[in-house]
Design a protein around this ligand. Structure first.
Ligand SMILES: [Zn+2]
Length: 126
């Protein structure tokens, strides 16, 4: 053995070949090296920014802000802004489009329903 690549056995601490699948001292069998699953490569990785939770929730709240209930839209606006800040800090989380949908749709309907609510209250008071 002249490979030189050695590492301590995680079980007994003896120096064994780094590529060994079984420790020759204690007999511990190691699993084959895990192949890291590239989350980015799956079918949803590029579409749903599941690592950017504020952007994702903001997007769904933006969609639901069509319901005449202004806090939903305003929450979408807020979460969209948080989502954008998250993308700026960690570009790998993605979600820019989702965040903007939350901001624009949620902001729009949030203000529409807020105005509608205010007008309804004013109308009721008049
Ligand atoms: Zn060992």
């Amino acid at each position: 053995m002249s490979t030189g690549d050695r590492q301590p056995c995680p079980v007994c601490g003896e120096q064994i070949a780094a590529a060994a699948r079984k420790c020759r001292f204690c007999g511990e069998v190691f699993d084959a090296p895990e192949i890291e699953q590239e989350a980015e490569g799956d079918s949803t990785g590029g579409v749903i920014p599941y690592k950017n939770v504020p952007a994702l929730i903001g997007y769904y709240l933006g969609v639901f802000s069509i319901i005449p209930c202004f806090p939903i839209g305003l929450a979408a606006l807020l979460l969209g802004i948080l989502g954008l800040r998250k993308v700026k800090a960690q570009p790998e989380v993605r979600g820019t489009v989702h965040a903007w949908i939350g901001i624009l749709v949620g902001g729009f309907f949030g203000l529409v329903w807020l105005a509608g609510t205010v007008l309804a209250i004013l109308g009721a008071l008049a």
